[in-house]
Design a protein around this ligand. Sequence first.
Ligand code: UTP
Length: 303
Amino acid sequence: MTKTGPVRTAIFPVAGLGSRFLPATKATPKELLPVIDTPLIQYAIDEAKAAGIERLVFVSHPSKAAIERHVMDDAALRADLQARGKAGLAAALAETALRTPEDDVIFTFQHQPLGLGHAVLCARDHVLPGPAAVILPDDLILGEPGCLSEMIDVYATAGTGHLVATMEVAAQETGKYGILDTDTGTAAAQGRLFPARGMVEKPNPKDAPSRHAVVGRYVLDASIFDDLAAQAPGAGGEIQLTDAIAKGIDRVGLAGFAFSGTRFDCGSKAGMLRATLHLASQDPEYAEVLEDYGLAPRVAPAA
Ligand code: UTP
């Protein structure tokens, strides 16, 4: 692999239907569903900012304008909170919100949910030169450092190609994920980086080439956009990101990265509940609630 430029852009595909969460997502975008009090999109933005991303590109849908309202600063709301003696809340909102011109933020639309690959392609005209990161907000990854920070660090030393976040799943779970065909025998296989020969979508356990499952963080070589533009619809009639990644393997390379954090599938109700319980278990404020349901908090209750 040869060296490439820095990863300057993060793409947030947020134009999907969120059908698994209906009716909650009829009027509220899935990406705004909260874990305790923080919407999924906010965790994703915080992760990108912590990774030193310069430009944030949101690929949204006209019916999901609430995402932009959440993401961007709301000076009137902050002034109202200040006037009501809630300066702390106003300051917290100011800290997490994006504002122009200080922040480089772009909202663009995917008018029809034609697939994740198509959503990423919709960002093409807005990415800065070099590789681009893609963050799926419904894959919540908690940990310090953040998953994208870890990936960008590894990418800087490992070189070009496509880098995908992976986690090891149980054999019976392989049918739910894209699974890497890892090349662990090569000299390049080191530590948490796994060069791959290919990727298999949702294989039966007996056919799975490994247990390294791809989850929602990617650092993609700039050639992904040409490959996406040439990509025919795949599974479900959608333009699949994984198909376009697979197309570039021989040319630019592919590796999986076993991040250190914990991932929650917040695109599913069970994953969302798990994430909520996980965060609640670490906050003394919820110790009593958890005990009421026979769950032990991980931190001591507040005195
Ligand atoms: P998902 O497949 O998990 O989201 O896509 P979905 O299609 O909205 O959800 P379900 O399956 O109907 O419940 C992961 C991310 O990619 C975005 C989604 O908004 C989500 O953030 N996405 C998906 C798009 O932006 N466009 C698409 O065409 C598909």
